[in-house]
Design a protein around this ligand. Structure first.
Ligand SMILES: O=c1ccn([C@@H]2O[C@H](COP(=O)(O)O)[C@@H](O)[C@H]2O)c(=O)[nH]1
Length: 237
């Protein structure tokens, strides 16, 4: 039996049956499945047990909470009982909000989303965020870690620089991963799985390149094999 790869498959499905089927197909090959807003808002907390399945794969709850601290504290308490491995909040919610999530997360790690991977440098001006995106990501990463976040979400393009700022103990999670030749779709700051791993990402979020494939299990297995080859110690020349 081969070890599962550090990939979180984004189960962005229109219905629970599809999400559960994708989860079953990919879990032999990946460590984590990710439940996002589409699935959670349609089916509620029960969706977590449905995708966790018999193998009890790690579940990443990507709800991107963003509200005043008291509201985020309550929302975090409400979902902590589902025991996700990670729960996301937006770093732009600020230090007190992130701290409120951390204090109420139970066993879940709070992952702060820095700058969405769909945004380009040019989008940041309109949002009033001092750019470029790489600078904003580093600023928000430091703020989030100072507030107690144990994990950060950034693009693989920033993983190296973020790692240098926050050190080895913070889990770096990178969406915006596209195998070479795949369409980028609505993602702006992208890199291949190999580049993401080499940049120091701990968990690669991959959705449509896997779930949109004719055989999601085979697509996950192929990417996992590439990552395993990279992580294996190379023989001395
Ligand atoms: O900055 C972010 C934060 C979260 N996401 C989520 O990751 C997946 C990516 O799916 P793909 O199909 O591989 O594009 C999706 O669920 C997003 O909500 C992100 O893309 N960027």
């Amino acid at each position: 039996m081969t070890a599962a790869a550090p990939i979180a498959v984004a189960l962005d499905a229109p219905d629970l049956e599809t999400a559960a089927r994708w989860a079953t197909l990919v879990t032999p090959h990946v460590t984590t499945v990710k439940v996002g807003l589409e699935l959670y808002l349609r089916y509620g907390p029960d969706v977590v047990a449905s995708v966790r399945g018999a193998t009890r794969v790690q579940v990443f709850l990507d709800l991107k909470l963003h509200d005043i601290p008291a509201t985020v504290a309550g929302a975090t308490r409400a979902v902590a009982r589902l025991k996700p491995a990670f729960l996301t909040v937006h770093a732009t919610g600020g230090e007190a909000m992130i701290r409120a999530a951390v204090e109420n997360a139970g066993t879940a790690k709070i992952a702060a989303v820095t700058v969405l991977t769909s945004l380009r440098d040019g989008d940041l001006d309109a949002l009033g965020l001092a750019g470029p995106a790489s600078d904003a990501v580093r600023r928000l990463a430091v703020l989030a870690v100072d507030a107690g976040a144990q994990a950060l979400v950034c693009s693989p393009q920033e993983a190296n620089a973020v790692r240098a700022e926050v050190g080895p103990d913070i889990t770096l999670i990178t969406p915006g991963v596209r195998p070479s030749g795949s369409a980028t779709q609505d993602q702006a700051r992208v890199a291949t799985p190999e580049e993401a791993l080499e940049a120091g990402a701990d968990l690669l979020v991959i959705g449509r390149p896997i779930t949109g494939a004719p055989d999601p299990g085979a697509a996950a297995a192929a990417i996992a094999a590439v990552l395993r080859r990279l992580s294996r110690p190379q023989p001395l020349a």
